[in-house]
Design a binder for this molecule. Structure first.
Ligand code: SF4
Ligand code: SF4
Length: 174
């Protein structure tokens, strides 16, 4: 059987000068790292928080868990069309002709009854495109980052479910 011949890779020769240079760089970079550590030890600066007793307040424009204020959603589908990962599921039916005329808070007529509005946050990449195109601005990001889950199924949020309203009251500051 024919044996395979491997070529030896030529490594540069380690000269005494290069060896001292390597040792010097190792000492300098270690000293720099320790310098940063001791700076925090000496100045007693706090760099962590005692989560969950203390919670970080994210900036107002953070792109975290999405919220759809379903009462102001006109079922236009623009958010789901814009979504690059197709993780918004919407179902709606035409309102009966004799049903009372209703509008969103910005005055847009609601001609469809929203039957399902679900976002699979396990798929969401938090790009924000869906909120940008929403004509009534009912779809927004919140600053909530505490929604880890043990199952993927639990990461699908039904925005017509009553527990969503309870969650909104906890997290969204008007
Ligand atoms: S933030 Fe991006 S990925 Fe997430 S639901 Fe909106 S459009 Fe889709
Ligand atoms: S873009 Fe806004 S109004 Fe249209 S379906 Fe999505 S959330 Fe509702």
């Amino acid at each position: 059987m024919e044996s395979i011949q491997y070529k030896k890779v030529n490594e540069p020769e380690l000269t005494l000068k290069q060896w001292f240079k390597n040792v010097y760089e190792a000492v300098v970079t270690t000293a720099k790292g320790l310098g940063i550590t001791f700076k925090y030890v000496i100045t007693n600066s706090t760099v962590t928080i005692e989560y969950p007793e203390v919670r970080e307040e994210l900036p107002a424009n953070s792109r975290s868990r999405l919220y759809n204020d379903a009462d102001n959603c006109i079922s236009c589908l623009q958010c789901s069309v814009a979504c690059p990962v197709d993780c918004i599921y919407i179902a709606a039916v035409k309102r009966p002709a004799d049903a009372p005329k209703i509008k969103t808070k910005d005055g847009t007529p609601i001609r469809l009854d929203l039957k399902q509005y679900t976002i699979d946050t396990a798929l969401c990449c938090y790009c924000g495109l869906c909120t940008t195109v929403c004509p009534t601005e009912c779809l927004t990001h919140t600053t909530d980052y505490e929604y880890a889950s043990y199952t993927l199924a639990n990461m699908k949020y039904d925005y017509l479910a009553p527990d969503i309203r309870a969650w909104r009251t906890r997290i969204v500051k008007d």
